[in-house]
Design a protein. Structure first.
Length: 134
């Protein structure tokens, strides 16, 4: 089961995080949460990982529409976007909003999921097209 979309970029990790935040903002998303996975694993488990951050992105209009159609959909919100380093490249992944339709089996969520998917894809495309400074 594919549950997300990923792009690969030559941007540094920090640049990719910055550009991902900006691209999400351009698409009407705010970042409600940010989890520094690398720092958390080091602090809690004393384990090393490559840099990775989970951004909890939310478009308030879309979230409101989804909650009106299915009050329990909050379990699938916000839309998580992950930026992580993988050797010499940076990956940016977004959860597929179609999961909001398929998991609860609510077809009335389809227009919301389609809009969210379009916006997240546009954000990823913006990051992918960003020139690296290297």
């Amino acid at each position: 089961m594919q549950y997300g979309t990923t792009i690969t970029t030559d941007l540094s990790f920090d640049d990719a995080v910055e550009r991902t935040r900006a691209a999400l903002t351009e698409q009407g998303f705010g970042v409600l949460t940010e989890i520094d996975v690398q720092a958390t694993m080091k602090k809690k488990l004393d384990k090393d990982l490559e840099p990775q951050v989970i951004l909890g992105a939310c478009n308030p209009d879309l979230a409101f529409q989804a909650l009106q159609a299915e009050p329990g959909i909050g379990l699938l919100l916000p839309c998580n976007v992950v930026v992580r380093r993988d050797n010499d490249r940076t990956l940016v992944s977004a959860l597929d909003p179609q999961m909001m339709v398929s998991l609860p089996g609510k077809p009335e969520l389809q227009p919301v999921a389609d809009d969210a998917a379009r916006r997240l894809r546009a954000a990823l495309d913006t990051v992918a097209a960003a020139p690296s400074d290297a």
